[in-house]
Design a protein around this ligand. Structure first.
Ligand SMILES: Nc1ncnc2c1ncn2[C@@H]1O[C@H](COP(=O)(O)OP(=O)(O)OP(=O)(O)O)[C@@H](O)[C@H]1O
Length: 254
């Protein structure tokens, strides 16, 4: 396998995420309902939908953390479970809180790195990249939510993968951190990587993503560019509100 450089030349197209009739049922709940779409390299794809619409479940299915009821999710044409060193193919931040609090940030990343034949130099590199180098030896239990998000992003970047997925990465980040995430997502995509990003912050999404996939009640509602949506609606938020108006399950009474 060809090893990519830490800073690859621009516009090399690395990978694609492809969902084919992906379906997941939990008892009586159809969390993901016959979902088919492709996430292409070279730009950030925003993954939007109301609470409970199946975004996290879809990401878990792509990562093989849950098995589909039917259909499949492929990364570069293969299932996640078929990768010998998966962190080199796909990196993900799903739940920043799911970290062993007793370990230091450095040790947490080192343990992950070892499972994928990644050396300690790369651990130091990603800690620097996410701004945690100064607290690398501190226990994660004492980290703020924003610091845990940065650590989760470092884990995703560890294997220098071509495909990246981030579930609500801006949660808990200060304005400086929000801007940093935006720039990071865009630069990862500009390097030719595939970036799937879920967030409920529409104004941020409008600044970060080029393409938008909207789901509601597990089903695909829209797969379009931000430019197409904002040509039809005044803002991305207006587009989102109009497109999901029939799919909101947990809206408060107005
Ligand atoms: N392990 C599980 N067991 C049972 N039901 C589940 C499980 N995981 C998710 N669900 C259900 O599947 C549906 C989709 O949930 P999911 O977390 O994927 O939505 P989401 O779009 O990520 O929501 P949010 O924006 O609130 O994070 C919800 O009805 C949820 O209750």
């Amino acid at each position: 396998m060809v090893r990519r450089a830490a800073h690859p030349p621009s516009r090399i197209l690395y990978g694609v995420i492809e969902l084919q009739h992906l379906t997941k049922r939990y008892g009586g709940t159809l969390a993901v309902d016959d979902l088919s779409f492709k996430v292409e390299p070279g730009h950030v794809t925003g993954f939007l939908g109301p609470n409970g619409s199946g975004k996290s479940t879809t990401m878990r299915l792509i990562l093989g953390l849950d098995a589909p009821t039917s259909g499949q999710a492929l990364i570069n044409g293969r299932r996640y479970s078929s990768f010998g060193k998966p962190m080199r193919e796909v990196g993900a931040l799903l739940d920043a809180g799911a970290v062993h609090g007793g370990r230091s940030a450095y040790n947490h990343l080192l343990c992950l790195a070892r499972t994928n034949d990644i050396g300690p130099m790369r651990v130091a590199e990603v800690l620097e990249q996410v701004g945690l180098a100064g607290v690398a030896r501190k226990r994660v239990a004492g980290f703020s939510l924003g610091m845990k998000q940065r650590l989760g992003i470092a884990s995703a970047l560890l294997g220098d993968p071509g495909v990246l997925m981030f579930d609500e990465p801006v949660n808990g980040l200060d304005p400086d951190g929000v801007r940093w995430i935006r720039d990071l997502m865009r630069s990862l995509a500009a390097e030719g990587r595939t970036v799937l990003l879920s967030s409920h912050l529409m104004s941020e999404m409008a600044l970060t993503a080029e393409r938008i996939v909207v789901v509601g009640r597990g089903k695909l509602i829209t797969d379009a560019t931000v430019a197409q949506l904002t040509a039809r609606y005044p803002t991305l938020e207006d587009a989102y509100m109009a497109l999901t108006s029939d799919s909101v399950q947990f809206g408060a009474a107005r």
